[in-house]
Design a protein around this ligand. Structure first.
Ligand SMILES: [Fe+2]
Length: 157
């Protein structure tokens, strides 16, 4: 069986990198949604949410880079065009959201979808003993679980 540079069979590495590329596409849409919300937010909660969304997109930038570099380690090419992102993402681009509660719900829904995908990839990686991706997904799962809790608390849910 052909193995790649980090000792995984090419077939297993390809299955994982396809899933990671779809997660990367979602993450880029999530990132751009956060930027739009950061820019367009209006109202009494402007200062809190404007800076909260900035914090989230700065964290998203780091995650985007980690996912893309993981795909390279697996021997594939990360998606790197807007076209690839919009064609492969599950998440929808959100436009013209200005209201506080609605904007938090967008972030919450995006995070819930990403959490589902991260869990699927975690399982796939575990099935083939791919510790590196599993560990990355484990961190991502904890990160989103914590923020989903906090955003829900903010919404009073
Ligand atoms: Fe800004």
């Amino acid at each position: 069986m052909n193995k790649n540079k980090i000792g995984l069979t090419n077939q297993n590495a390809e299955v994982l990198s396809d899933s990671l590329n779809r997660l990367l596409a979602d993450y880029q849409i999530y990132y751009q949604n956060l930027r739009g919300l950061h820019w367009n937010i209006k109202g009494k909660q402007f200062f809190t949410l404007h800076s909260k969304f900035e914090g989230f997109y700065n964290e998203a930038v780091e995650t985007i880079d980690e996912i893309a570099e993981r795909i390279l380690m697996l021997g594939s090419v990360p998606y790197h065009s807007f076209e690839d992102y919009t064609n492969n993402a599950k998440l929808k681009a959100v436009k013209n959201v200005t209201e506080g509660e609605e904007s938090v719900k967008v972030v919450l829904n995006n995070m819930q979808s990403i959490l589902d995908s991260a869990r699927e990839i975690f399982k796939k990686a575990g099935d083939i003993d791919e510790e590196g991706t599993a560990s990355m997904m484990s961190d991502l799962i904890s990160y989103h679980e914590k923020n989903i809790w906090m955003l829900s608390a903010w919404l009073g849910e």
